[in-house]
Ligand binder design. Structure first.
Ligand SMILES: CC(C)(COP(=O)(O)OP(=O)(O)OC[C@H]1O[C@@H](n2cnc3c(N)ncnc32)[C@H](O)[C@@H]1OP(=O)(O)O)[C@@H](O)C(=O)NCCC(=O)NCCS
Length: 163
């Protein structure tokens, strides 16, 4: 199956998010698993890629201060990886952010997470740094944004302007 066939991307209301826990269990370990499950419950928006009523992957999104969007977690079920599902979810998230008039989007990934950085790079995200974010937003806003994004040591921050 290629990703475009019969895949629908939809909002997942708070009461149904627990049904997606298994995708996180296949995707993360340790602190990330704990934190991604907690975020799944609390985050502003969860979108899932569905095929024949079954979830294949999910993305967790939120808006930060001003006109900034954040892709919190993106995860695809093991059996559905490398078929374009992650890309569909990310493209859909970018469209939503654009429709909400956001001007830039951030995502953080672990340094060694090649599939994840490849996915974001394929959609035009590039590496940025605290220094660069501070130049654009001022150091106070940058610090607040970093806190809201829960960027932890060993992660790199990626950015994409929304044109
Ligand atoms: C990262 C992840 C979401 C990618 O989802 P996916 O559906 O497999 O990705 P896609 O098939 O849409 O591929 C998107 C792009 O990434 C590249 N990519 C995907 N997996 C890759 C891998 N293992 N190695 C190198 N590149 C990879 C693809 O080639 C594609 O690039 P292209 O459009 O230039 O060809 C998935 O691997 C996953 O769930 N990983 C575990 C959770 C995780 O680490 N999430 C990210 C941090 S929040």
């Amino acid at each position: 199956m290629t990703a475009q066939e019969n895949i629908e991307i939809m909002d997942v209301p708070a009461g149904r998010r627990q049904e997606l826990d298994w995708i996180l269990e296949e995707s993360f370990e340790g602190w990330y698993l704990w934190h991604s499950k907690k975020t799944l419950r609390d985050v502003e928006l969860v979108r899932a890629a569905m095929s024949s009523g079954r979830p294949l992957g999910l993305v967790m999104l939120k808006s930060l201060e001003g006109t900034v969007g954040y892709v919190y977690y993106i995860a695809v079920a093991r059996a559905s990886r490398n078929k374009g599902v992650g890309k569909l979810l990310l493209e859909n998230a970018l469209q939503l952010f654009k429709a909400s008039n956001l001007k830039e989007v951030f995502a953080s990934v672990e340094k060694e997470n090649e599939p994840s950085e490849a996915l974001f790079a394929s959609e035009g995200f590039t590496r940025t740094s605290f220094g660069e974010v501070s130049k654009r937003h001022g150091s106070l806003h940058a610090a607040n944004m970093y806190r809201a994004m829960t960027v932890v040591p060993g992660e790199i921050l990626l950015r994409k302007p929304i044109l």
